[in-house]
Structure formats: structure tokens, C-alpha cells
Design a protein around this ligand. Structure first.
Ligand SMILES: Cc1cc2nc3c(=O)[nH]c(=O)nc-3n(C[C@H](O)[C@H](O)[C@H](O)COP(=O)(O)O)c2cc1C
Length: 228
């Protein structure tokens, strides 16, 4: 689409004006693919792909994940009160898909079969995936179900809220006082279809003063920066 001022009504492409109502479907919202690593009370580690994931608070950082209650992942989170959100890259697509299609109760070896290695985070000792550039350990701070969501039917997923308490970045993705997110080939999920992220299209405007904008961006991207 041209944004040039010359592009008047006579040159603008014809656009359909009709709209159609369709049934609600949460999958119309694009989401990232993440891998949740959890453990049971015996330290047995499970990893599962999740896409019903989002940020619900910036400071403190709180993430929401929608998880079906029958998942081993959910049971582990309920028992231990913690989980780790690992961000896989596009070259980890096959392993991610593998973990997301094998329940632990049917395939307890699914981690090894997916070719994934597990290590422990330095502070919490929680299990994470070194193949993922970002691992975010979370403490369970909320669990919303039928009652809390005021639903008249049991929801398919519990809304698990986790406060981020520890974050580990692969040094390969560290720039000068920032994580190089723009270059990171993360995986997106669009209703059962995996997609690559596209090019950077622009930077949030904040202000028309370029110097102030640069200062704001530095503040936001700083590894110790406050997010509001
Ligand atoms: C890309 C992808 C995204 C998924 N997202 C979710 C999700 O958000 N919530 C969920 O409960 N299951 C999700 N699943 C399904 C679980 O990962 C899958 O059922 C897994 O086998 C559960 O294993 P577990 O029982 O060992 O936890 C997803 C699967 C894939 C492949």
C-alpha cells in the first residue's frame, strides 16, 4: 500500500467494504511459541510447547499461560508452584512441535526423543532449555478457572499467572546493555500454523524529538531498565 500524498482516491486500490460475523475463535490472535519446562515432586522434567501465552503486567513482569488441566505441565505447576518459559528459535521448530504433540504420561522419554537438553538455572535451580536463547523462570501467582472467570461451563484451559523471578539469556544474543530481540528468529503461531517473524518495520514513536526518542529506547532496552 502506498502512503505517498499523491495517492488520491482515484489511484487507491479498491477495498472490500463488507464484513462477515463468524463465531469467536481465540486463534485469530497471533501468538509466540514457547516451551514450558516444569518438574514433578521427584525432579522429573517435562517440556511442552504452549502458544496461549501473553504478557499481562510489565512491572513486575507477569506472564499468563492457558493450560489444559489434564496436562502434566499443569499438574507440575500446581505441585511445585513454578515453571520456566523458554523461547525457542525457528531452528527448534521440530523439537517444539514434538513436545507439543506428546503427553508426558504417554511418552515419559519425550524430552530425550525430541533431542532437547535440560540444564538448571543458577538462582532457582529450575530446569530450562539451553538451546533457547531466553529462559524466564516464573513463580505461580494466580490460577484462574471457571469460578474466577465467572463462566457457566468449565473452561478448556486454566489461566496460569506467573511472576517472572529469574531470566537467563544466551550471551550470543546480548548486545551492549540489551537483548538483540530484533535479530532473533522467534517462532509465531497462527491457528496451528508456524510462521517466521518478519522484518523490523519501525520503532515506537513516543515523541517527535529524535534525541528524546533515542534516550527512551535506551532506557526501555537497558538490561536493568524499568518497563511502564
Ligand atoms: C505449538 C503448540 C502450542 C500449544 N499450545 C498449548 C497451550 O497453549 N496450552 C495447552 O494446554 N496446550 C498446548 N499445546 C498442546 C501441548 O503442548 C500438548 O498437549 C503436550 O503434549 C502436553 O504435554 P504434557 O501432558 O506432558 O504437558 C500446544 C501444542 C503445540 C504443538
Amino acid at each position: 500500500m502506498s502512503l505517498s500524498p499523491e495517492a488520491g482516491p482515484e489511484t487507491a486500490p479498491a477495498r472490500a467494504t463488507g464484513r462477515t460475523s463468524v463465531p469467536p475463535n481465540a486463534f485469530y490472535v497471533p501468538s509466540p511459541v514457547v516451551l514450558l519446562s516444569t518438574e514433578d515432586e521427584n525432579g522429573e522434567v517435562d517440556v511442552s510447547a504452549m502458544s496461549a501465552v501473553g504478557v499481562v503486567c510489565l512491572d513486575p513482569a507477569v506472564l499468563a499461560v492457558g493450560i489444559k488441566p489434564r496436562r502434566q505441565t499443569y499438574k507440575n505447576i500446581r505441585r511445585t508452584g513454578s515453571f520456566v518459559v523458554n523461547l525457542p528459535l525457528q531452528d527448534g521448530l521440530e523439537a517444539a512441535d514434538y513436545t507439543g504433540t506428546r503427553p508426558w504420561r504417554k511418552e515419559p522419554d519425550k524430552l530425550r526423543n525430541a533431542g532437547l537438553e535440560v540444564a538448571r538455572l543458577p538462582e532457582s535451580g529450575l530446569p530450562y532449555l539451553p538451546s533457547c536463547p531466553i529462559a524466564m523462570a516464573c513463580t505461580l501467582v494466580g490460577n484462574l478457572g471457571r469460578h474466577e472467570l465467572r463462566l457457566d461451563v468449565p473452561p478448556s484451559h486454566q489461566v496460569v499467572l506467573g511472576r517472572m523471578t529469574e531470566c537467563s539469556i544466551d550471551d550470543e544474543w546480548l548486545g551492549e546493555d540489551e537483548v538483540r530481540l530484533e535479530d532473533m528468529p522467534v517462532l509465531l503461531y497462527l491457528n496451528r500454523v508456524y510462521a517466521a517473524r518478519g522484518d523490523v518495520l519501525g520503532v515506537q514513536r513516543f515523541t517527535d524529538d529524535p534525541a528524546k526518542r533515542e534516550a527512551k529506547m535506551r532506557e526501555y532496552r537497558s538490561l536493568g531498565g524499568r518497563q511502564e
